[in-house]
Design a protein around this ligand. Sequence first.
Ligand code: FES
Length: 89
Amino acid sequence: MRVAGVDLALIADGGVVAACERACPHEQADLACGRVVGGRLACPRHDASFSLVDGTISDGWPSRPLRLYPVRAERGEVFINAASLKSVR
Ligand code: FES
């Protein structure tokens, strides 16, 4: 999905919804094709994983953390604060 000009991946993990940048910080693989295991999003290319709480990357990877954005799910709708995306455009 694209919000305010930024490509995002929207992730549902049990009852938790998270929004993050869509391109992996390592080599820009599409994280929308990743898988979620135990609260972490695994990249489909090299299998590094990112915390859906604070974006930290799994040990041994030289990349920065994943950018996460405030998101709220209510009655089947998802709300993302577009103002939180301004710094990454
Ligand atoms: S591109 Fe995502 S871990 Fe390498």
